[in-house]
Each structure stands twice: as C-alpha cells, then as structure tokens.
Design a protein. Structure first.
Length: 115
C-alpha cells in the first residue's frame, strides 16, 4: 500500500503581502475574506476542491509562477473575461480557442481561467 495518495490538498502561491493577496483573491473569487491568517504569513482560500494557500514567507521574484500551475474553472469564458476586465486585472491573453485566458495577480503570478 502506497503511503502517498493521489490527491492534491493544496497549491501554494507566493505573495508579497498576505493580507493584500487575501483581499484580492477573495474579491475575484467571490469568497469571504474573514478567515484566519496562520503564523503571520499563510492564508488558505476556502475553495471547492484543492485549497489555494497564499504564503508570503515563500515570496521572492524567483518563485513567481511564470506558467499557470493550475486553472480556475468557469462555465462562461466570455463573462469571466469581461468580469476580470471590470476588476482591472492584468489580462495577459485574450480568450484563446474559445476556452481559456491568462492573467496575472498583483504580485505577477501567471494564472489561468478555463471553460
């Protein structure tokens, strides 16, 4: 029996300021920003599925995502794109192949939304 399961519990994102990152991610994901910040540098976003862990202790420009490590899901890619435009999020691509687009968080992590 293998002691390591084939389940992802969480994905760490390096952020320069955990409070600012918490507020930004919670805003674009429609989540409450009232959870606890652990150890002064970790905030766990209350996601469906694997958690996203915002961590200011691991932040450095060398640790930023330069390629998306995961994707946020949407049922309506056009609506998601327009929403991100309204939020003044830095959009890196337009909608590609009718299915996905890339954007950056305030720290410069490259992320993706996919239908």
């Amino acid at each position: 029996m293998n002691p390591i399961s084939n389940k992802i519990n969480g994905i760490f994102i390096p952020v320069s300021n955990v409070e600012n990152a918490r507020d930004w991610y919670c805003d674009i994901l429609g989540l409450p920003a009232d959870g606890e910040i652990y150890f002064g540098h970790i905030y766990v976003l209350p996601m469906e599925g694997p958690s996203i862990v915002l961590d200011s202790k691991i932040y450095s420009t060398e640790n930023l995502y330069t390629a998306p490590a995961f994707q946020f899901h949407t049922e309506d890619i056009e609506q998601a794109y327009a929403f991100m435009q309204e939020k003044n999020v830095e959009l890196i691509t337009e909608i590609q192949n009718g299915h996905w687009f890339n954007f950056k968080d305030p720290d410069g992590n490259l992320l993706m939304v996919c239908k």
